[in-house]
Design a protein. Structure first.
Length: 203
């Protein structure tokens, strides 16, 4: 089970855009805690503390939110919103969860070993970037690592080939393909070299 990590939060009134802007100027992020069957709780959080904990523990971590010493919530980050133009962190939404009830969660895939297959003039085509899993909130990792180091041409990894952490089960059929190893063609290399588009792509 993950260690207990507490983040201090404070109450805030319902806000409009100008209030949110003022909060961000003084180092706070406006947020909300969604609760099943209940009204959401409007809060504000110090940006530095929130980002420090996300950097250390990941976005999927089960945090304890301490509301001014009066109430606490076991919650996970549901959504983080950014300005599409400036990329400024605008607000965060938490989801209150029970540590005794399994939840469904889309787990990000992190592929490692890319350099090793590139040395073989190979590359991988990723057909999934997330996997729907079920597990207790405190058991869900920040991402799921898939190692392609030892794979060769035409090898593939299916859901059934993945070793999931203890307590985590996939909600996707075992024969679904996650990624396939293909041969790198000369035109693939040329396209990558001359492209000005720096957006991450499947390689």
């Amino acid at each position: 089970m993950n260690e207990k990590v507490t983040i201090a939060i404070e109450k805030r009134e319902e806000m409009n855009g100008s209030v949110g802007k003022k909060l961000r100027k003084i180092g706070y992020i406006p947020g909300a805690i969604n609760r099943k069957g209940l009204e959401s709780v409007s809060v504000k959080i110090k940006k530095d503390e929130l980002m420090k904990n996300i950097f250390k523990y990941g976005k999927n971590y089960l945090f304890t939110l301490d509301l001014e010493g009066q109430e606490s919530y076991a919650a996970m980050i549901k959504e983080m919103q950014y300005s599409p133009i400036k990329g400024e962190f605008l607000n965060v939404v938490f989801q209150q969860v029970s540590v005794t009830e399994p939840i469904k969660f889309n787990l990000n895939i992190k592929v490692i070993g890319k350099e090793a297959i590139e040395l073989k003039n190979l590359h991988f085509v990723q057909q999934m970037d997330k996997i729907l899993v079920t597990g207790l909130p405190q058991d869900i990792p920040d991402s799921l690592e898939i190692d392609v180091t030892d794979l060769n041409l035409n090898d593939k990894i299916c859901i059934g080939d993945i070793k999931f952490p203890k307590g985590i089960e996939s909600e996707i059929e075992a024969d679904k393909i996650v990624l396939v190893i293909n041969e790198t063609r000369l035109d693939d290399t040329i396209t990558e070299d001359v492209s000005d588009d720096k957006t991450p792509k499947a390689v």
